[in-house]
Write a protein that binds this ligand. Structure first.
Ligand code: ZN
Length: 226
């Protein structure tokens, strides 16, 4: 009864087109869901995403669920996830991708899922890490752990003295490992919301690859294809 009342007062709407959802639809209406430009490299076997990292770092497998398109519904959805508090979009895509990855042999030996970390202050401001739902649901499908406490994002402030007269502070972002022993010899799936240049995922992987025996794979909700 309460559920019905809440639904009447605050009907759930599609995260892409804002149309009221029927009881069977979750997050996206059927029409928007069918319009999504799928990338699905895990199904097609395309090396498109692996090619981003070729010659930079060793990556076992890499996949994206959808292809990001500016001014399209993918942009609306990702914007709503990141800036409009629509955290449930993250889990929606995680469930979807997790259900597919569990069927694919190349993803069967993954031991642990970790997100690209969000700085503590940014997380406080947004109220959530936009990748948490995505990573949690994938880990749940693969029946492995999801961990946010093994790779952290820190801002390091350094004071630098130039020619003894100028002093300025320089800020740089660094990724930092914690609980290293738990990562040894693990195949880690690093997840993020969107891949554009691959620089962030590369920096995370570089840090994780410092741990003995670690193998890396990537999964993102969306990839920017030029
Ligand atoms: Zn829609």
């Amino acid at each position: 009864m309460l559920h019905l009342l809440l639904n009447t007062l605050f009907p759930k709407v599609c995260s892409a087109c804002s149309k009221t959802l029927n009881t069977k639809e979750k997050v996206l209406c059927v029409s928007c869901r069918h319009q999504l430009p799928l990338a699905s490299f895990h199904n097609t076997g395309a090396s498109t995403m692996l090619d981003f990292f070729y010659g930079r770092i060793k990556v076992e497998n890499a996949t994206a669920l959808i292809a990001f398109q500016k001014k399209g519904i993918t942009q609306t959805i990702l914007h709503n996830l990141k800036y409009k508090g629509q955290e449930n979009i993250s889990a929606f895509f995680g469930k979807w991708l997790g259900a597919e990855l569990v069927e694919i042999p190349e993803y069967k030996d993954i031991d642990i899922v970790i997100p690209v970390p969000l700085h503590r202050k940014r997380k406080q401001k947004r109220g959530y890490n936009q990748v948490t739902g995505f990573g949690t649901e994938i880990a749940s499908s693969l029946q492995i752990d999801y961990r946010e406490d093994v790779l952290l994002k820190k801002t390091r402030t350094r004071s630098q003295v130039f020619k003894s007269r100028y002093k300025r502070s320089e800020q740089s972002t660094v990724f930092q490992l914690a609980n290293i022993s738990e990562l040894e010899n693990k195949h880690i799936l690093v997840v993020d919301d969107i891949l554009t240049t691959g620089a962030t995922l590369e920096n995370c992987a570089l840090e994780l690859l410092k741990v003995k025996g670690v193998k890396i794979s990537f999964a993102v909700i969306a990839i920017t294809l030029s």
